[in-house]
Design a protein around this ligand. Structure first.
Ligand code: PMM
Length: 290
């Protein structure tokens, strides 16, 4: 028997958690057979992720993993712009994963509509002004450190409370710069100033972040704490396939917590996970399958 809906009552139809596919246009992600070849491969990978069901493609030209070395602005621009132009021309929704205002601005002009700044405007404060002026959506990621800060100390007395509080401070900074609240997306920044224990604590209380009144993005894909889950003795040797399986499990948790989107390298399994949770939510709300 299906759960009865109240006759005449407006039904709030829950939305499926969206899938953001990761497109890192960096030499370690694509064979370095020259500029044109790399762009062609990157666009093809983006198209493949869209065919797998990705709703958004997150294009990045420098690795934003904590401890990574930075690349020059010229290199970053040269990597991302042709790829964004081509994918946006075909109608894809694009986010730009960058900490540079100049790169974000050029990416918006090339067709991106979301700025994904892992520093939440701390690397370059002009990022908040750019989001305000352009009206682009802005992902604010929680992070205490910046790139090359490999030995960043991580200590929390109360991980979830402190991360939510510090993320709230970035929201305040964005609002003060003129960004509309409706343009903000929050991301607790798994792996950024956080060890495995902190990451699991955050995943245990995603409801806190989902309850902050803005869309929640969860980006666990292939991260080290998932590698340690599937390969405890040698995390760095965990296969991508096993990391992707762990990622899909986290997508279930994120979708159940009401996350707006998950950022993943392999969209298909996460889409299936999000669809399954969506069906359960529809059934629970007594809404017939769409
Ligand atoms: N992590 C990486 C890069 N970009 N963006 C958001 N919003 N959240 C993240 O946690 C995040 C990100 C880490 O590098 P990867 O591209 O290898 O996943």
């Amino acid at each position: 028997m299906s759960a009865a809906a109240v006759p005449g009552a407006a039904q709030e139809v829950p939305e499926r958690t969206r899938i953001m596919g990761v497109l890192n246009v960096t030499p370690d992600s694509f064979s370095d057979g020259g500029r044109w070849f790399r762009h062609t491969e990157a666009v093809a990978h983006g198209v493949d992720m869209l065919e797998q069901g990705a709703d958004i493609i997150d294009v990045g030209g420098e690795s934003t993993r904590p401890g990574s070395a930075r690349v020059s602005e010229e290199v970053e621009l040269e990597r991302v712009l042709p790829v964004i132009r081509e994918l946006a021309r075909d109608g894809a929704r694009i986010s730009i994963d960058t900490m540079r205002v100049s790169v974000a601005r050029a990416a918006l002009e090339a067709g991106a509509t979301i700025i994904n700044d892992v520093s939440a405007g701390q690397a370059e404060s002009g990022m908040l002004g750019l989001a305000a002026d352009s009206g682009a959506d802005l992902v604010l990621v929680h992070w205490r450190g910046l790139l090359s800060d490999a030995a960043e100390p991580v200590h929390y007395d109360d991980t979830v409370r402190e991360v939510a509080h510090e993320l709230g401070q970035r929201v305040d900074a964005a609002l003060a710069a003129g960004v509309h609240r409706e343009s903000l997306i929050l991301d607790p920044g798994l792996g950024f100033s956080k060890n495995a224990e902190h990451n699991w604590e955050i995943l245990a209380r995603l409801d806190v972040f989902a309850g902050m009144g803005m869309p929640l993005l969860v980006a666990a894909s292939r991260k080290r704490f998932l590698a340690a889950l599937v390969s405890p003795d040698a995390p760095s040797e965990a296969s991508l396939e096993h990391r992707d399986q762990a990622t899909a499990a986290v997508t279930v948790l994120a979708a159940q917590a009401g996350a707006w989107a998950v950022r993943v390298h392999e969209p298909r399994a996460s889409l299936i996970a999000a669809q399954a949770v969506h069906q359960v939510r529809l059934a629970a709300a007594g809404i017939p399958e769409g």
